[in-house]
Design a protein around this ligand. Structure first.
Ligand SMILES: *Cc1c(COP(=O)(O)O)cnc(C)c1O
Length: 360
């Protein structure tokens, strides 16, 4: 028994396991030069202009940040073509997803999510004493929107849809989501989690333009962590009806979108062209990795994020372990598959060679 009377929901929770770091793998396996392809981070530093803005902001950290992030909000609003009051800024998009649960989920309420999906969802739902209702993906790794709609019942408060989905990498089109919305009651929030939007084919549509406004119960979440290379600073945003934004804002931990994070995100929005160059190079690398793996006989869904999902089932743990012993850290989902982040060309070469070695 530990000290204090911890909530049973918390003591039952497995500790959050972030993707293993390269240093940790090096220590565990007694190796050097490990690479981390486990957390879908951008392998590139942000553009110099963004780094400079963060450095310049550092002198001001004796003050709290602007809790309302007014400048960042208005910049996002201009860029996205929506009103400022339709935007919430949070401590990563994870922060906003947690705010959705804190603001809307009472004990016993249900949150429906395709599964497997983002591992933070069950944690946020559990912490509010809600119940996550998982809806299995199809055999070809797709989100089964008909089954998700069928799982929505009188206790459902929210639906979580990650598109592209993590870890399977497939995306939903806004046309598919719009059709799905016709089956969902107006008082159920549908969260469209677009953490990887910048890596997906524009033909899937833009949920902010195509869905928010048309469906007041849609909440789109996005992040500066992945494509923008600001994972270490944690800033995300949500676009939704102003009444939803008001409730989300009420439960934002004070000043949790910190000063450096706001400065970095603002500068990133001023450096979109430079960031696009980095994203494009990652997309070229994704194509190269996909082609090489398929040529070698691997079968997997077409990735729409900055990662590849290899559904190798029962071989998952052994392959992930063998890769790690050789200094390539990927993210295993035991019994299901491994998720491999697209890195620099050198890192990807190393992954491809090592994967061929351990699976050949
Ligand atoms: C990485 C990720 C996020 C959020 O990351 P933040 O750093 O908290 O913005 C959200 N959803 C999915 C599906 C992700 O993979």
């Amino acid at each position: 028994m530990g000290v204090g009377r911890v909530r049973s929901i918390v003591s039952d929770l497995a500790p959050y396991r972030p993707g293993k770091g390269a240093k940790q793998a090096e220590a565990e396996h007694g190796i050097a030069d490990a690479i981390k392809l486990a957390s879908n981070e951008n392998p590139y530093s942000p553009p110099p202009s963004v780094q400079k803005a963060i450095q310049d902001a550092a002198a001001g950290v004796n003050r709290y940040s602007d809790h309302g992030a007014a400048e960042l909000r208005s910049k996002l609003a201009n860029w996205l073509g929506v009103d400022s009051d339709c935007i919430a800024v949070g401590c990563g998009s994870s922060g906003l997803l947690q705010q959705v649960c804190v603001a809307y989920i009472d004990p016993g309420d249900e949150v429906v999510s395709p599964w497997r999906s983002f591992e933070a969802y069950p944690i946020f739902v559990a912490l509010t004493n809600g119940k996550l209702v998982p809806v299995p993906l199809t055999d070809d790794h797709r989100i089964d929107l008909d089954a998700v709609a069928a799982a929505v019942g009188p206790k459902t408060k929210a639906v979580m849809l990650a598109t592209p989905n993590n870890p399977t990498g497939l995306a939903l089109s806004t046309a598919e989501i719009a059709e799905f919305m016709s089956k969902i009651p107006d008082d159920v929030l549908v969260v469209v989690d677009e953490a990887y939007r910048e890596f997906s084919d524009p033909a899937f549509g833009d949920p902010v333009k195509d869905l928010v406004g048309r469906f007041p119960n849609i909440v789109v979440t996005r992040t500066f962590s992945k494509a923008y290379g600001l994972a270490g600073l944690r800033t995300g945003y949500a676009v939704a009806d102003p009444t939803v934004i008001d409730e989300l804002d009420k439960v934002l931990l004070a000043f949790s979108v910190n000063l450096l994070a706001q400065a970095g995100a603002i500068a990133a929005l001023d450096s979109l062209d430079e960031i696009q160059v980095l994203v494009d190079s990652l997309l070229d690398e994704r194509t190269r990795v996909v082609d090489a793996l398929r040529t070698a006989g691997a079968e997997f869904p077409d990735p729409q994020g900055n990662f590849v999902w290899l559904p190798i089932g029962g071989r998952t743990d052994a392959v992930a372990h063998a890769l790690e012993q050789r200094g390539v850290v990927v993210r295993p989902f035991s019994g299901e598959g491994i998720r491999v982040t697209i890195g620099t060309p050198e890192e990807n070469d190393r992954f491809l060679a090592t994967y061929a070695d351990v699976t050949g």
